[in-house]
Design a binder for this molecule. Structure first.
Ligand code: SF4
Length: 180
C-alpha cells in the first residue's frame, strides 16, 4: 500500500465518511518545489477528487499563471482530506485525525516553500495566530519555510477595498519568486 492508498481508505472520521463522495488526497506533481495548503475539499473537489477545482481553485490557477508558475508544477494539499458537510469548518477532532496524513505527505514532498491559504491551514503549521499577524511573512517552523496568506475564497468575497485579493496576488508572486 502506498501513502495515497492509505489516505484513500481512511475511515477515521465517521461523519465525514458518511457524506463524502471521495477522499481528496491532493495533487503532488513530481519535482514541485512550491506547496499550497488549504483547509478542506468543497463540493466540486468532493465530486472530482481533485483539490481546488471550484471558483477558489480557478482563482488560484489564474494568480499562479500571472506569477508565471503553472498550477501543474505546484503541489496542492488540504489539512483535512474529506469534505465537511455544508462546507462547515472541520472540527478540531477531524483536523487532529487527519494531521498524520499531511505530516506524512510533507515528509515525502519536502517542498522548498509552503504557502498556507487562510487561517485553518496557517494554524495547522503555526499554532494559534491571527492571519493578519503573520500574512505575507515567511516563518520557519520545524525546519520548513511557511508563507501564510489569504484563502482565495476570502479574495472572491472581496473584503475591505479588495485587499485580500491584492495581498493574495502579491504573496503568491513572492512565493513563486522564492522557489524560482
Ligand atoms: S478527513 Fe482525514 S482523517 Fe478524517 S476520514 Fe478523511 S482522510 Fe481520514
Amino acid at each position: 500500500m502506498t501513502l495515497t492508498d492509505d489516505i484513500r481508505s481512511c475511515t477515521a472520521c465517521p461523519s465525514l465518511v458518511a457524506t463524502r463522495t471521495t477522499v481528496v488526497v491532493g495533487s503532488t506533481p513530481a519535482g514541485a518545489r512550491l506547496l499550497v495548503v488549504g483547509e478542506a475539499p468543497g463540493a466540486q473537489e468532493d465530486q472530482t477528487g481533485v483539490p481546488f477545482v471550484g471558483r477558489s481553485g480557478q482563482l488560484l490557477d489564474r494568480l499562479l499563471e500571472e506569477a508565471s508558475l503553472p498550477r501543474s508544477r505546484v503541489a496542492v494539499l488540504n489539512t483535512v482530506k474529506c469534505r465537511p458537510p455544508d462546507n462547515r469548518v472541520p472540527t478540531r477532532v477531524e483536523t487532529a485525525a487527519c494531521r498524520p496524513w499531511l505530516t506524512a505527505q510533507l515528509a515525502v514532498l519536502e517542498p522548498a516553500l509552503t504557502v498556507t491559504l487562510g487561517l485553518s491551514a496557517t494554524t495547522w503549521f503555526l499554532g494559534k495566530v491571527t492571519l493578519s499577524s503573520v500574512r505575507g511573512r515567511v516563518v520557519e517552523v520545524d525546519g520548513r519555510r511557511v508563507l501564510p496568506t489569504y484563502h482565495p475564497a476570502a479574495a472572491l468575497r472581496g473584503g475591505p477595498r479588495g485587499e485580500p485579493l491584492r495581498l493574495l496576488r502579491e504573496d503568491l508572486a513572492l512565493a513563486v519568486r522564492m522557489v524560482g
